[in-house]
Design a protein around this ligand. Sequence first.
Ligand code: 5GP
Ligand code: ZN
Length: 115
Amino acid sequence: MYLMDCIFCKIAAGEINARKVYEDGEITAFWDLNPQAPTHILIIPNKHMESLSAAGKEHAELLGKIQLAAAEIAKNLKVEDAFRLVTNNGRKAGQSVNHLHYHLLAGRRFNWPPG
Ligand code: 5GP
Ligand code: ZN
């Protein structure tokens, strides 16, 4: 599904420019416009899905592929020794774009627990 007013659907479709680092038939990854770390990549399914809460068993393979893509991207960007992969699920958890996305962050020290 493609949502007309969804910025990440448009990035996946190539209608809005982004600095893409990975792309296949199911997944797109690109640099975050407002990076929170020296390396800050967003990884999304090409098909619109609101959040992880909207995923079902039929998405198990896709979700696995996203994690493997994250590891591959981390390797390509030479940050595989230390990175954080996170999804903000829901507005109160910090989600501002309602198209499932994972943040791949690296290149600085991260605190735990996160803020
Ligand atoms: P969220 O707050 O939903 O977890 O993350 C959304 C992220 O998308 C933010 O880090 C924000 O900087 C990024 N973002 C929002 N609009 C755009 C855009 O048009 N292009 C890119 N590359 N990143 C965007
Ligand atoms: Zn979308």
